[in-house]
Design a binder for this molecule. Structure first.
Ligand code: SAH
Length: 353
C-alpha cells in the first residue's frame, strides 16, 4: 500500500539518521522487492547533442557557456549506439540532449525514431529527454515510436524555480507543468524529477517535491544531487551548499521515501549519484531505485556533455564496464533484466482504470 505522509513527517524522515535511517532503507527495499521485484532495467543513454537554446543557471551546457565546445552526433553515430544497446540486450535507450524546438531538429528526431524502431524490429524501447516541446511535437514523436518521456520539474516550488532560471517566457515553471500535461495527453509514460541540494532549497521544499510527484501520479522519476559547475551563474552560491556527501545521503532518503509513497513506479539511479561516489547508483538501487542508464554515447563526444563537473562514466557502456556494472548490481541484491523494456507498472495500473 502506498504511504501517505504529512510535510512535517517527510521533513523528519529526510533528516533521519542511525537506526531510523536503517529502518527507512529496509522498508523501502522490502516494498520494492514485494511490489516490482529486484530487477534492474537498463536504458542505454545516448547524449545526442549539447547544443541548447536554454540558459538554466545551474547547467554546464547552457547557451551562454562559451567555454564549451558544441557537438551534435551524426545519424550514423546515433543509430550505431542504438544497435549497440540492442545487441547488448539493454531493452531500451534514452535519447537525451540540449533543448531545440526548430523543425529541422524535431523532424530529424522523428526520422531517427522510425529508423531505430525499424532496425531493431520494434524491439528496442525508446525514452526521450529533449525538454519542452509543443503538443504536436510530443504527439509526432510518440507516433514515431517513443513511448516514455523524461522532463524534470527541477523544483516543484515556483519561487525556487525562478531563482535557478532566467526570468523570461522561455524558462517558465507554468510551461513545464503544461508540458507534463501534454506528455500525458500524448500517451507517454511520464517521468519527472528534481535536483536535490540546490542553493536556497530547504528540506521542506524537498518534502513538497515528494508530495508533488505523488499528487501528479507520475509514472517514472529521475532525481539526483545538484552538482556545481564553475561556468554557471549558480556557482557563486556554492558556499550555501551542503557537502556532496550530504547531498548524496539526502538523495538516497528521497529515493527510499518515494518508493514507499509510490511502490509501483520506475525510479532511476541517476548518474549524478555516481559523480559523488563510484557506487552511488548501486546504493540507490539497493534501497528503492530500479532503473539504471549506462552511458553509450560515442566516447569522443562524452566529455562535452557536461551538465556538471566530475561527470563519471567516460568509458561506461563498453563491454568490460558493463560486466563491472552487472557485478555491482548483483552485489546489492538485485538482478539485471536483460532485453526487457521494463515499463512502469504504475502506468499499466493507471491506464487500466
Ligand atoms: N534538455 C533536457 C535534458 C538535458 S538536462 C531537458 O531539459 O529535459 C537533464 C537534467 O540534468 C536536467 O533536467 C537537470 O535536472 C539535470 N542537471 C542539469 N544541470 C545539473 C547540475 N549542475 N547538477 C545536477 N543535475 C543537473
Amino acid at each position: 500500500m502506498k504511504k501517505v505522509y504529512s510535510i512535517p513527517e517527510l521533513v523528519h524522515l529526510l533528516n533521519c539518521e542511525g537506526e531510523e535511517e536503517k529502518n527507512l532503507y529496509n522498508e523501502a527495499k522490502e516494498v520494492k522487492n514485494k511490489t516490482i521485484g529486484n530487477f534492474v532495467y537498463l536504458r542505454g543513454l545516448i547524449e545526442i547533442s549539447n547544443i541548447c537554446t536554454k540558459d538554466c543557471l545551474y547547467c554546464g551546457i547552457r547557451k551562454s557557456n562559451t567555454d564549451t565546445g558544441r557537438y551534435s552526433l551524426t545519424d550514423e553515430e546515433i543509430l550505431d549506439a542504438a544497435t549497440f544497446a540492442h545487441t547488448h540486450r539493454f531493452g531500451s535507450i534514452v535519447l537525451q540532449g540540449g533543448e531545440r524546438s526548430d523543425s529541422a531538429f524535431t523532424n530529424r528526431v522523428t526520422r531517427l525514431l522510425r529508423q531505430i524502431k525499424q532496425q531493431s524490429n520494434g524491439e528496442l524501447g525508446i525514452t526521450l529527454s529533449l525538454g519542452e516541446q509543443s503538443l504536436e511535437t510530443y504527439k509526432q514523436w510518440r507516433e514515431a515510436g517513443a513511448h516514455r518521456y523524461l522532463l524534470r520539474i527541477e523544483s516543484s516550488n515556483p519561487e525556487l524555480y525562478a531563482r535557478i532560471h532566467p526570468h523570461d517566457t522561455h524558462h517558465s515553471h507554468d510551461t513545464r507543468l503544461k508540458c507534463l500535461e501534454y506528455l500525458r495527453e500524448s500517451g507517454y509514460q511520464v517521468g519527472t524529477g528534481v535536483m536535490i541540494g540546490l542553493p536556497f532549497q530547504t528540506t521542506e521544499d524537498l518534502a513538497k517535491d515528494l508530495l508533488f510527484l505523488q499528487n501528479m501520479d507520475i509514472d517514472m522519476v529521475g532525481m539526483g544531487p545538484y552538482l556545481e559547475h564553475h561556468a554557471t551563474p549558480l556557482y557563486q552560491y556554492r558556499h550555501l551548499l551542503l557537502s556532496q556527501q550530504q547531498r548524496l545521503r539526502l538523495s538516497l532518503h528521497m529515493v527510499a521515501l518515494l518508493r514507499l509513497m509510490m511502490p509501483d513506479i520506475n525510479i532511476a539511479a541517476t548518474t549524478a549519484l555516481q559523480a559523488i561516489e563510484p557506487e552511488g547508483r548501486e546504493k540507490a538501487l539497493e534501497i528503492g531505485a530500479n532503473v539504471v542508464m549506462p552511458n553509450i554515447t560515442p566516447t569522443t563526444n562524452r566529455t562535452l556533455y557536461k551538465l556538471y563537473e566530475n561527470k563519471p562514466g567516460v568509458h561506461e557502456g563498453a563491454k568490460e564496464s558493463m560486466l563491472q556494472l552487472e557485478k555491482s548490481i548483483l552485489r546489492c541484491g538485485c538482478q539485471v533484466a536483460y532485453g526487457e523494456w521494463g515499463d512502469s507498472q504504475h502506468f499499466a495500473h493507471r491506464t487500466k482504470e
